[in-house]
Design a protein. Structure first.
Ligand code: CMC
Length: 390
């Protein structure tokens, strides 16, 4: 007995008050600091959105220049961190590397880890947002056996990520295509925050113990990895591979309906209407494929799935719409990003959201997170000596 309620999956529990993100799942509305997600994705840059998540408003020109400069300054990583990468097998999943290296950042910045100090908290937020593209690209370069690339001061955030992923030292004039850079930046914006999802709740729970922010973000990355959460974009592509071609769709749909498999990239705990991020992502997907002149049979297959799911009573009755990961996987594939990097990119983008929640938590009074349980084990019984045990 107690004053708590049994609530598996936290379906009915709001453990925090927050001013960062608002979702109306019924209407399919998503606002960051009050700004609608489609307006942000179509007009703002990811770093402006990151600033708004952290500070409450979009930056004015001076604040923007100052924030961008700080991010630029902190994009590089300590040279010793390269050695850390070398400890992993070359075929390690890049998410496995990310969980390790982001947690390891706490070993590099102990002098700024007093979480009761506002300046320390701020510099940590800057460091994390700045270093994520570099670390993410390094995890890819390592798997390829190519040298790590340093971020460049003349490139913006998304350009730098693409440059560090795809350029090599031999390729001094490397330049990304503007449509691709813009699409990459939009993907970052559309994944920046989503209130108390599993990984953000993990960051808050870890943070509630007073753990250092790098460790908290590493915990968020670990939670994001699962296929029900950030791993879904990778799972969408695997599913498309498994289906193979449009004529196999009806057979696959039968498996979905008999609950043998889930249609990855569909459904959401909160949205019971079209995911507003998916809408923007779908438009971006068309732009990228148009600009690159790609006519991908995977896309044709994805569109066939989308059409059936939007019309079939099984999906309609359960309000299962395509979510953000359904389209982001297709765009990333078109850009040439390997599937194993999809969730890493999600984690890069979500870092601004995670750290905003961590900062919000530390600027207001909070309690350690400590859920209760419904105990269903043995009741009281007496100890039995080993020789007398059955
Ligand atoms: N395919 C087929 N059936 C589904 C799916 C799906 N993707 N999602 C939900 N359902 C069914 C489910 O079987 C249940 O049916 P019934 O009531 O007859 O048993 C009903 O819809 C309600 O589903 P639920 O499992 O109670 O919903 P949930 O809120 O617990 O799960 C979810 C939400 C996102 C985990 C789930 O929809 C899912 O696994 N989707 C596929 C994975 C995916 O795309 N995840 C990315 C989410 S968006 C990005 C992010 O936040 O990371």
């Amino acid at each position: 007995a107690g004053y708590w309620t049994y609530d598996p999956g936290f379906m009915a529990t709001a453990p925090v008050e927050s001013k960062i993100t608002f979702i109306d799942g019924g209407k399919g509305e998503l606002l960051h600091r009050g700004y609608p997600i489609d307006q942000l994705a179509n007009n703002a840059e990811y770093l402006e959105v990151a600033y708004a998540l952290i500070h409450g408003d979009l930056p004015n020109a001076e604040q923007k220049a100052d924030f961008y400069e700080k991010i630029r300054k902190h994009m590089g990583v300590h040279d010793q961190l390269r050695k850390f990468f070398e400890g992993f097998r070359r075929d390690a999943h890049p998410m496995a590397i990310m969980v390790g290296v982001v947690g390891a950042l706490s070993a590099f910045y102990h002098e700024n880890l007093d979480i009761s100090n506002e300046e320390h908290r701020e510099i940590t937020a800057i460091r994390l947002i700045a270093k994520m593209p570099t670390l993410a690209a390094m995890s890819y370069k390592y798997s390829k056996g190519e040298p790590f690339m340093y971020p460049r001061n003349d490139f913006n955030y998304a350009e730098n990520f693409l440059y560090m992923m795809f350029a090599t030292p031999a390729d001094v004039n490397y330049k990304t295509n503007d449509v691709i850079t813009r699409a990459m930046d939009k993907i970052f914006t559309l994944h920046a925050d989503h209130e108390q999802n599993a990984s953000t709740s993990t960051v808050r729970l870890a943070g509630s113990t007073g753990a250092n922010p790098y460790a908290c973000i590493a915990a968020g990355i670990a939670a994001l990895w699962g296929p029900s959460h950030g791993g879904a974009n990778e799972a969408v592509l695997e599913m498309l591979d498994e289906i193979g071609s449009v004529e196999n769709v009806p057979e696959f749909m039968e498996k979905v309906k008999s609950r043998e498999v889930k249609l990855m990239g569909f459904g959401h705990r909160v949205y019971k209407n079209f995911d507003p991020r998916a809408q923007v992502m779908k438009e971006t997907c068309d732009e990228v494929l148009g600009a690159l002149g790609i006519n991908d049979p995977k896309l044709e297959l994805a569109m066939a799935l989308e059409k059936i799911a939007l019309e079939d009573p099984f999906f309609v009755e359960r309000n299962l719409y395509p979510n953000v990961d359904f389209y982001s996987g297709i765009i990333l594939k078109a850009i040439g990003i390997p599937t194993s990097m999809f969730t890493v990119i999600f984690s890069l983008a979500r870092t601004s959201g995670w750290i905003s929640h961590w900062l919000e938590m530390h600027s207001t009074p909070f309690k350690i997170g400590r859920p209760r349980q419904l105990y269903t084990g043995e009741t009281h019984r007496d100890f039995v000596k080993v020789e007398d045990r059955k």
